[in-house]
Design a protein around this ligand. Structure first.
Ligand code: 0O2
Length: 206
């Protein structure tokens, strides 16, 4: 399909293509930064990395929550995580180091940071979010927003279970399940601290 200015469907398709390009750039930058870190520290803090472009259904849900129609302008203005990457690491200290590494990157511009580890969400959700701009140089330079989520394996386990539960209930999640999930998040927090302590003890033996 040839891109023609003024053609609404082409505008939307072209924007989606730009998200795809920006995600490729972001993935490359994150891979370079983490491999460089692993080489220099002789230690790889990353367990796994996952990336995605937001599904149409998820965009629609987010815009509905914000009382906005599904238009390209609203997506650009209100959806800050059209492209997202999740970096899952072993220990709490790794999260901090990865955040620091991204903040220092000359190829990404940090717009906003949300520290849900220091201040968890009411649900119990913990993770560190960075909203960054990815520069894209096509006909002219523009900056595409992306969300980077950084969390430990334990936090990821909790978030993935919570996500599955949210899908199961089209209406409000029963109170007893919410309470149990919240209690699990406290157990996860305690476990993360114990594991960090253990890794520090192991390091002393090296
Ligand atoms: P998905 O499936 O990841 O696309 P904003 O983006 O700033 O307008 P929002 O949505 O409040 O507003 O941003 P927030 O909460 O900082 O980050 C949103 C993303 O964080 C979510 O994206 C989830 O991936 C994750 N998240 C936030 N809270 C929870 C939670 O309680 N449980 C789980 N499992 N994940 C959470 P989406 O768009 O909801 O979904």
């Amino acid at each position: 399909m040839i891109y023609k200015e003024g053609d609404k469907m082409d505008d939307f398709d072209y924007q989606m293509l730009k998200y795809k390009f920006a995600l490729t750039k972001l993935e490359t930058e994150i891979n370079i930064l983490t491999e460089d870190y692993a080489f220099k520290h002789k230690y790889n803090p990353v367990e796994h990395i996952k990336s995605r472009i937001k599904t149409r259904e998820s965009v629609l849900q987010k815009l509905q929550k914000k009382n906005c129609e599904m238009t390209l302008e609203n997506i650009k203005e209100h959806v800050h995580d059209m492209i997202g990457i999740r970096i899952v690491c072993s220990f709490l200290s790794d999260v901090k180091n990865i955040v620091h590494m991204i903040e220092k990157s000359k190829h990404l511009l940090v717009k906003k940071e949300k520290d849900y580890i220091t201040s968890p969400k009411d649900s119990g959700y913990t993770s560190y979010h960075l909203i960054v701009y990815v520069p894209l140089c096509l006909e002219e330079e523009e900056f595409i927003e992306a969300e980077i989520q950084i969390r430990t394996v334990a936090m990821d386990f909790w978030a993935s279970l919570d996500h599955k539960i949210q899908y199961k209930f089209s209406e409000e999640i029963p109170e007893e399940i919410k309470t149990e999930l919240y209690n699990c998040s406290l157990a996860i927090k305690a476990l993360d601290h114990k594991m960090l302590l253990l890794s520090e003890i192991v390091n002393r033996y090296k």
